[in-house]
Design a protein around this ligand. Sequence first.
Ligand SMILES: [Zn+2]
Length: 457
Amino acid sequence: MQNLDKIVALSKNRGFIYPGSEIYGGLANTWDFGPLGVELKNNIKREWWKFFVRENRNSIGMDGGILMNPMVWKASGHVDTFQDPLMDCKDCKHRSRVDKLIEESGTWKDTKKRPEELSLPEMEKFVFDNKIKCPACGKVNWTGIRFFKLMFSTDRGVTEANLNTIYLRPETAQSQFVNFQNLQRSSRLKVPFGVGQIGKAFRNEITPGNFIFRTVEFEQMEYQLFCKEEESMKWYDIYKKKAHEFYTKRLGITDRNIRFADHDNLAHYAKAAVDAEYLFPFGWGEIGGTHHRGIFDLGNHQRDSKKTMEYKEEGQDPFVPTVIESSHGLDRILLATLVDAYNEEEVAPGDTRVLMKLKPSIAPYTVAVLPLQKRGLTDKSHELFDTLSKNFSVSYDETGSIGKRYRRQDEIGTPLCLTVDYETLEDNSVTIRDRDTMKQERIRISDLIDFINRNIV
Ligand SMILES: [Zn+2]
């Protein structure tokens, strides 16, 4: 966990991620993204959008609302089943998720079922029979078990009598499903086709967060492919492979730190499901998944809305398409890129630098413009910043020794540093320094844009 603590500290000090509402003591499991965090996040989103939406002839995108008719969540099953089993400690009021409580006690290993597979009465009996202790105070004094809804709800309506409970969406996917006919008709795409969406989702989690791994407000990148049932397993395999390619090739995450874990218990409607996991400092954690959702969602919306979800094509019987979902947690993936990139490197005996070895194409800043001295070089440096910032994300730093400034850029993952010196005024060239090799070379300003483009793939 040492590395995670270092990343939490670096994130705050350098401006990737701050604790939410910090001056008021925070708000559990909420975080704000700072200047570097928002750049990194936007870069990951851009890569995802390119890879899943733009680079495929049969793909389109959409951006649905966070608030939807509550009927959506009734049809999707969330209103009835999306909840956590909880018990409270009567002594210290600590609240525990019961399946986690059983799992962390270690005692479940004797039983045949995993904790989350136990029924509610079985879970309760297990905690009482095995005298599982409160993790906060160590006493054994539990309330009965009860369900806690994971969906955030809020009230809508002007007068008390008109109050309607509406929900903040717990996943983005339902927008693609309820708009299936709009999406198909307006794009005129034929099955198989897919729809990508990036957006916020909310879950009323009570379990501890591990930094931004588990948060109550988070961003999802979800792609739903609509296909024929008989071709669905082919597409499932294709999208499982695509997820791997996205993490390793597009984001540069180390292959050996990623694994794919097939689900043991499938939802009754699903033929297959697999989690993509990353090896975080606290263990393997889910960052995404490929899910065979069958016709569950479209079928339920057809039943409840009484609107057809059938796809029609000349010469074929109408049918409700099967859905293959490729789902990705943006915040978790962002954390994985930080953990994966973090390095401490001894550059000379007793001299260690922190190096954030982010893939250059997703680094918050692509280049840093560093005037060697303030005196006489500011105008030229500003001019360089103005030119480059039209094409790239550029950091400008003129305070402190040049060595310290290089180290600051290493720590935030900037691939290239440009130093403007007095020679620059004579010959329009700058020194360019590579983050990873620390090698420096002299380059003409007129060649810069090409050089940077070649070096940030
Ligand atoms: Zn307690």
